[in-house]
Design a protein around this ligand. Structure first.
Ligand code: SF4
Ligand code: SF4
Length: 360
């Protein structure tokens, strides 16, 4: 029996629409950053507003419920308001990801007319100096804060996030305090920064946190959060230890997917140039959603997936349940789908070394 015969039904419930790969910021750790010269060519090949409107209708017909509008920086598109309105009017639950530095009056008016259900704002620092160093933008912080305040006037759920690297991890507490003070909200941060994918030109090895810093940051902030949730008189009575996560699948209840996750099963990405991907990190497996139409491209996509045997150290790894490894991460870190990514392996080793330790 072939795997595709026993695979559960696939439904494109959650779609990520990557309106552009371009961005107005030039962050050192950007997964998708291309050179300025390449960006000119990329812009010429982006789907038009009419193509996005048509794609949204096809997604609606295919049963999609949730749409994530992202980039690059989606607000960079001159026709953002037109694209956004045509998607929104179909009745999806819409999430918008933005760096908040390009919020114009026209965009704000459009979003006020059609408020996204959720807006994810990424802040890269707590000062213009950090934005200059990390993102190459001298007034980036002022612009992001002004944009975030404007977006906070909408009835949307706001989420604030950051990506921590060497140039901004010292700002983490300041960003968290700012978000708490200005918006009364908590911050989340990306635990791990991966190498650029799909032709991105950044080498993040020099700017990302060391495995030790990554694990320290993650544990410190988790512990702080747990402390905040406990009543003060209980804090000394609790011990927190890192444990192995429960494995998702058991032999009695096997779960067949294509990538080992929801990518291509219930989640789908349509790229800036109309490719259908199961995972935004994996350009290897794609069909053409413009030429074939979405429904056919979705149907055909599983037949593009070919995963090789992975490094024997990984396949026999006793720490697999603590490791972030997956095909997308392997591709980003190793540039292929079989090798063992040393950086990810080191993070897992750090986590393992903290297991059993009293953390609280
Ligand atoms: S990357 Fe390292 S920790 Fe992760 S599965 Fe492979 S060998 Fe195990
Ligand atoms: S990054 Fe990994 S877990 Fe996420 S969709 Fe891609 S393959 Fe799946």
């Amino acid at each position: 029996m072939k795997m595709l015969d026993v695979m559960p039904a696939r439904h494109p419930v959650n779609a990520t629409l990557e309106l552009t790969l371009r961005c107005n910021l030039k962050c050192k750790m950007c997964m998708f950053r291309h050179s300025d010269r390449e960006n000119v060519c990329l812009a010429a090949e982006e789907l038009t507003s009419a193509q996005w409107a048509d794609m949204a209708q096809q997604l609606f017909d295919a049963g999609t419920l949730n749409i994530l509008i992202t980039g690059g920086e989606p607000l960079l598109r001159k026709d953002f308001c037109e694209i956004y309105s045509s998607i929104y009017r179909l009745g999806f639950l819409v999430t918008l990801y933005t760096n908040a530095t390009l919020v114009t009056q026209e965009i704000l008016q459009t979003l006020r007319k059609y408020p996204p259900h959720r807006i994810g704002i990424t802040l890269y620092g707590a000062s213009n100096e950090t934005y200059q160093t990390l993102c190459g933008c001298a007034d980036g912080f002022d612009r992001a804060l002004a944009g975030a305040k404007a977006l906070a006037t909408l009835p949307s759920v706001l989420e604030f996030r950051t990506t921590l690297v060497q140039d901004n991890h010292q700002d983490m507490d300041a960003i968290a305090r700012l978000v708490e003070k200005e918006f009364g909200l908590p911050m989340t941060h990306a635990n791990t920064v991966f190498q650029s994918v799909r032709g991105g030109c950044m080498n993040v090895a020099d700017c990302r946190l060391t495995p030790e810093q990554t694990v320290d940051m993650t544990l410190t902030r988790t512990i702080r959060r747990v402390r905040q949730l406990l009543p003060p008189e209980r804090r000394e009575q609790v011990q927190l230890r890192l444990a192995d996560p429960q494995p998702e699948c058991t032999a009695q209840d096997p779960k067949y997917t294509l990538l080992g996750c929801n990518g291509g099963m219930n989640n789908v990405t349509v790229t800036w140039d109309g490719k259908l991907l199961g995972c935004q990190l994996l350009g290897n497996f794609s069909t053409d959603a413009v030429k074939l139409g979405f429904a056919k491209a979705w149907e055909e996509w599983p037949y593009t997936v070919r995963l090789p045997q992975v490094d024997p150290q990984c396949s026999a790894c006793p720490q697999l349940s603590l490791c972030q490894i997956c095909p997308g991460v392997r591709m980003a870190e190793c540039g292929n789908l079989q090798d063992r990514p040393e950086y990810i392996c080191q993070i897992t080793k750090q986590l393992v070394s903290r297991k059993g330790e009293d953390l609280l």
